[in-house]
Design a protein around this ligand. Structure first.
Ligand code: PLP
Ligand code: COI
Length: 353
């Protein structure tokens, strides 16, 4: 792989005391091209604009998929990726569904590891902070006919990250719009899934809600996920999360929370969750906590759930007693190499240069 290092690092412009998600990008990016059925021209180069033909299929028919993952530092400033092979697998699962070629593991992993190694100074040091890594894969060629591109580009960029949501969330159960449907692409990280969620999310924001709690597209009676998070419902000692299907992104954080919860001896259920039972739990007070989890969001609890214009308030007890924050800490402790890693999730980054 070719490596062109920047002659002028921008790191001095980065304010690590005021990290805003996606405000600043690390010095380098990784690019690899798929042309004539072959992967070629893998390169790490200074972060910057790239030129594509206006006919590129990504602009017209949306052949674009992406991933979100993080690198963490421990107290000795060693760097750890969290479950990167899961992102690799999911990216290719998304690619297959969008009729895009498979990215070879060596291209993904070597590009990722060497890029993050070169930009390791961009990884914030504090607990809960990380470098958010965005691999994305787009169709770069086209002749305006609606068929898959022949050429593609795989790119990785990264941005220092702190908390994504700065406060607990108010959520609205969606009754009209959907983000996915059976047989569709909801289980992928297709760029279009996010574009189609912006309008209904803005409508919810205007009514004072932070996010939508998506429901199934045909009946709006089954809970799916929320914004860019999978969701958990906590009742007494039972943690319940929607069973993943075609409509739901199979979150790596969600899978990790499930493993941690089981290890902590919590009773865990993955099953269809009906809106009606959530409303019933809210009315009877059985529901102790509802929270969302995802790579960017980590774990965030909800304070309000609204359904049919009625706001239901979740119990307002101390953060010290919250199962969501307990599990968040267990996860972050593993990610930052503070606790043992019984699941083998951490991948320590070696120094390449
Ligand atoms: N659901 C959606 C729609 C997302 O965009 C994300 C974020 O990646 C998640 C769930 C959580 O997935 P993960 O934990 O793998 O980041
Ligand atoms: C992630 O959590 O990785 C996401 O993809 C969220 C992102 C859309 C901000």
């Amino acid at each position: 792989m070719k490596i062109e290092k920047t002659l002028q690092s921008r790191i001095k412009e980065m304010d690590f005391n005021d990290i805003a998600f996606g405000n600043q990008y690390s010095d380098h990016m990784f690019c690899s091209e798929f042309k004539n059925e072959k992967w070629k021209n893998s390169i790490i180069k200074p972060f910057g604009d790239i030129m594509f033909s206006p006919t590129s299929l990504v602009f017209h028919y949306g052949q674009a998929v992406f991933e979100g993952m993080k690198a963490y530092k421990d107290k000795n400033e060693e760097v750890f990726l969290f479950r990167p092979e899961e992102n690799f697998r999911r990216l290719n699962k998304s690619a297959v569904r969008l009729e895009m070629p498979i990215i070879p593991e060596n291209i993904f992993m070597n590009g990722l590891k060497q890029l993050i190694d070169i930009d390791r100074n961009w990884i914030p040091k504090n607990y809960g902070q990380s470098l958010y890594i965005r691999p994305f894969f787009i169709a770069t060629n086209g002749v305006l006919s609606a068929k898959p591109s022949k050429d593609y580009m795989f790119i990785i960029i990264s941005t220092p990250a702190d908390v994504y949501y700065k406060h607990p969330l108010k959520i609205k159960i969606e009754e009209k719009y959907s983000r996915s449907s059976p047989g569709g692409v909801g289980f992928t990280k297709a760029a279009g899934n996010y574009a189609s969620s912006f309008y209904p999310t803005r409508l919810a924001n205007e009514k004072g809600f932070d996010q939508i709690l998506w429901t199934d597209s045909s009946t709006h009676t089954i809970i799916e996920e929320s914004g860019t998070m999978n969701v958990f419902f906590y009742l007494k000692n039972k943690l319940i999360t929607p069973k993943t299907n075609d409509n739901i992104l199979n979150g790596i954080t969600c899978k990790s929370i499930l493993s941690l919860a089981k290890k902590e001896g919590l009773f865990v259920e993955e099953r269809d969750i009906r809106v009606s039972e959530v409303i019933e739990w809210l009315k009877t007070g059985e529901l102790k906590e509802v929270f969302g989890c995802g790579t960017a969001a980590v774990v965030n609890y909800f304070t309000t759930i609204s359904y049919k214009e009625n706001d239901f308030f979740l119990p307002d007890f101390s953060e010290k007693k919250r199962i969501s924050l307990y599990l968040k800490k267990r996860l972050l402790d593993i990610q930052h190499n503070i606790s043992e890693d019984p699941f083998g999730w951490r991948v320590q980054l070696k120094r390449y240069l």
